[in-house]
Design a protein around this ligand. Structure first.
Ligand code: PLP
Length: 449
């Protein structure tokens, strides 16, 4: 078996040839010729292999990863326990279709997720291939369960690229342009984004206007609550800018839903599976959703998602919903191994190390005027860049230049929102890695501003 050199010195990024190097350029040329023009490709990273939070490209450069392949590589790259579980599972059978037949890993994962989901109610699980598929399934579930068509989601939300998920999304107009008509009966409301409050208010004096406006505005003027099946919300908004809503926000949404017979759906595709130091961000707020959507980090990068719903809601008829690959046996094995590693080894680590990350970033904020806001919990931290702190005008081009420059120095970053860097590393990142990454970030900001 080929062994890789990334193991050698794993404590500092190493650029041996300015990326993209010659081998990377070849791959990029081929990719550009043959792949769909819709792919984004943030920077010319051509991966060869990885270990923990370290990634090597095919020209021998070594990068520290602060983005985990968009908040996915939860246990790091190729965690030995996850790889072993995948190999063992693949050697037995690759597919059988969990919608139509049985196997142990499918039942075990469904039980595990139902037991892990926040709140005391009994739950059931439907396994999918992706986050968007979980969201689309959840839309079907809440509509059928309530007999109501209406759906509410939030400005800045990202729920995925399929038609249902895209209809709930309100992130970038480009993601919807030309694809209409979208799903009807979807209403978007301002999110609890205190740094840029849609109502120009300040918490707590605002008395959570971002929640009360749903009843006082939307339900009074436009939409009867009796026509609303569910509110879909990311407990911490991901793509929209790593935004933590103010204290009491999710609880107030829960109460609003209960008053009106509306279901509450938490999209924890990005915030779940240990990213916040809790298995689910909902636990930080002590709120139980009716339906929980999971994806991304659940199987360390193998394609898997899930809808976990209260047993009182997931009662749809046999054959109402299914999926050929959803809950593939190899993916289930990867998910079970991932959950073992996250639960037993990483939750406490993320809570503790996440504090060091937040502190380190706040120190950078006191040094660099361009950092308007630092917010987050665990390994889900947003750094919002502004042209100046008074106007808070988003500094988009700075974020672009920073991401590119950091890449060329061996640090993988990813933006979100209008001008936010999301720090979403593999959950195995150490305090030393954080120091290393923040040094590179500091250096880049000093050069750029
Ligand atoms: C909160 C959230 N929901 C859903 C999705 C869609 O997941 P997928 O890309 O697996 O379809 C994403 C992806 O970024 C997400 O961040």
């Amino acid at each position: 078996m080929r062994t890789h050199a990334v193991e050698a010195e794993l404590d500092y990024p190493k650029i041996v040839v300015p990326p993209p190097g010659p081998k990377a350029r070849e791959v990029i040329k081929r990719d550009k010729r043959w792949t769909s023009t819709s792919y984004i490709k943030e920077y010319p990273l051509v991966v060869s292999h990885g270990k923990g939070p370290w990634v090597a490209d095919i020209d021998g450069n070594r990068y520290l990863d602060f983005m985990a392949g968009i908040a996915v590589a939860s246990t790091g790259y190729s965690h030995p326990k996850v790889v072993r579980a995948i190999q063992e599972s693949a050697s037995r059978f690759l597919h059988i279709c969990g919608t139509d037949f049985y196997f142990e890993g499918f039942a075990e994962l469904a039980e595990r997720l139902a037991r892990l989901a926040p709140g005391q109610s009994k739950k059931r699980t439907f396994l999918t291939n992706s986050g968007a598929e979980a969201i689309d399934g959840a839309i079907k579930l809440v509509r059928q369960s309530t007999g109501r068509p209406g759906l509410i989601s939030f400005n800045g939300a990202f729920h995925g690229r399929t038609y249902g998920a895209m209809s709930l999304t309100s992130s970038k107009a480009k993601q919807k342009a030309g694809f209409g008509p979208l799903l009807p009966c979807v209403h978007h409301m301002p999110f609890g984004y205190c740094y840029r409050c849609a109502y120009g208010l300040t918490h707590p004096a605002c008395r959570l206007r971002c929640v009360s406006e749903i009843e006082d505005g939307l339900f009074r003027r436009d939409l009867s609550p009796k026509e609303v099946a569910a509110i879909f919300v990311e407990p911490i908004q991901g793509e929209g800018g790593y935004i933590l809503p103010p204290p009491g926000y999710l609880k107030a949404l829960r109460e609003l839903c209960d008053r009106n017979g509306i279901l509450l759906v938490f999209d924890e595709v990005q915030s779940g599976i240990g990213r916040t130091g809790k298995m689910f961000a909902a636990e930080l707020y002590g709120v139980e959703p009716d339906v929980l959507c999971v994806g991304k980090g659940i199987a360390s990068g193998m394609p898997l998602g899930a809808i976990v719903a209260k047993e009182s809601i997931m009662k749809w008829d046999v054959g109402s919903h299914g999926s050929t690959y959803g809950g593939n046996p190899v993916c289930c094995a990867a998910a079970l191994a991932t959950l073992d590693v996250v639960e037993n080894e990483l939750l406490g680590h993320v809570r503790k190390t996440g504090e060091a990350l937040l502190l380190g970033l706040k120190r950078l904020q006191s040094k660099h005027e361009c950092i308007g806001d630092v917010r987050g919990v665990g390994f889900m931290v947003g750094v919002e860049f502004v042209k100046d702190r008074e106007s808070r005008a988003p500094a988009q081009s700075l974020v672009h230049e920073l991401t590119q420059r950091a890449f060329r120095k061996g640090l993988l970053l990813l933006s979100c929102g209008q001008s936010v860097i999301r720090i979403a590393p593999p959950l195995v990142l150490t305090e030393k890695d954080i120091e290393t990454g923040l040094q590179v970030l500091d250096e880049c900001l000093t050069e750029l501003t």
